[in-house]
Ligand binder design. Structure first.
Ligand code: DOR
Ligand code: ZN
Length: 335
């Protein structure tokens, strides 16, 4: 049976939530990842230095026995330069949400007015703070990401020194943007390397496959696979693991988010192995992120083995993707 070892896996887009949910999910990521970029869409959003510091403390308290670095983010607003200079040492990036586009994003950006954003984005470029973006408009659901490409272009052209991360890309259009601007990068989730819209609503409606951005067409999946499997140097793994209580998913008005944190590395091994690309997985789950963000995580070695792993039905009150199903790889050891 095949084994595969990954060094310092990083999850460059992770929702850990707070309180009981944080206590349930944080240890699962801390077990197999060296670190993760932590999303700030709490209620209220993480938008002050105190909120960043206190949230990081709560995360660390939830993972007492594991080495795990929470790379903190701030919720994007138009901040002044003095504030950003003060908060810079506590954060790794700033996350921008278009207002109202997804879970807890009401306080996000309602109009992309470059002049209004200029002080903040110039200061971020100067301070070396990357901008992570949820790139969707409020258009027709299948077109939202493609429609956002013109905003990425505007940002990339106006702020050439700012590192812009297109988060959880789902389309061929976004893949094609990568090589167009030097300062554009992307994260890709594991579920978007598996699902198309058919797996969400093509048969029975699957609440645990429903997320934003929604999974797209087969040709989009192919485009995502092509850059992930080759570990294109501008793409990184970011799970966008987004836990919601079972009652919020399996209900009328299903919350958006796929919970993958505890099965992400296993699924990635399965996918990369299927395509004969296991040797490229290290770059996709760690090395590219280290170069793009200039981070240096502490040592962690995760060995996976090709053997059946039945995904638990639940972690606390959260149902993971593929609950109860067998996947082909399992974590064998973590050192
Ligand atoms: O599906 C999603 N869930 N997409 C997001 O952008 C946010 C996330 C969440 O926080 O639940
Ligand atoms: Zn997210």
């Amino acid at each position: 049976m095949k084994t595969h070892t990954l060094l310092m896996p990083l999850d460059m887009h992770l929702h850990l939530r707070d309180a009981v949910m944080l206590e349930t999910v944080a240890p699962l990521s801390a077990y197999s990842f060296s670190g993760a970029i932590i999303m700030p869409n709490l209620v209220p959003p993480v938008d002050t230095k105190e909120a960043v510091v206190e949230y990081k403390e709560r995360i660390m308290a939830a993972v007492p026995n594991d080495f795990f670095e929470p790379y903190m983010t701030l919720f994007y607003k138009n901040y002044d330069k003095a504030f950003l200079a003060d908060v810079a040492e506590e954060i790794t990036a700033i996350k921008l949400y278009p207002a109202g586009i997804t879970t807890n994003s009401e306080g996000g950006v309602s109009a992309f007015d470059i002049e209004e954003m200029r002080e903040t984005l110039d200061a971020m470029a100067e301070l070396g703070i990357p901008l992570c973006v949820h790139g969707e408009t409020d258009g027709f659901v299948m077109d939202r990401e493609a429609e956002f490409m013109s905003i990425y272009e505007l940002l990339a052209q106006n702020f050439p020194k700012l590192k812009i991360i297109m988060e959880h890309i789902t389309t061929k259009a976004a893949v094609e943007m990568l090589d167009k601007y030097e300062n554009l990068y992307a994260t890709i989730t594991v579920h978007h390397l598996i699902l198309t819209l058919d797996d969400v609503i093509g048969g029975m409606m699957m609440p645990h496959h429903f997320c934003k951005p929604i999974a797209k067409r087969p040709e989009d999946l192919d485009a995502l696979l092509s850059v992930a499997l080759e570990a294109h140097p501008k793409v990184m793994f970011g799970s966008d693991s987004a836990p919601h209580p079972q009652s919020a998913k399996e209900s009328c008005g299903c919350a958006a988010g796929v919970f993958t944190a505890p099965i992400a590395l296993q699924l990635l091994c399965e996918i990369f192995d299927q395509f004969g690309k296991l040797d490229n997985l290290q770059a996709f789950v760690s090395d590219n992120a280290q170069s793009i963000y200039g981070i240096c995580p502490e040592f962690k070695e995760v060995t996976l083995k090709q053997r059946t792993f039945v995904v638990p039905e639940k972690y606390g009150n959260v149902v993971p993707m593929f609950a109860g199903e067998a996947i082909a790889w399992a974590i064998e050891s973590v050192d």
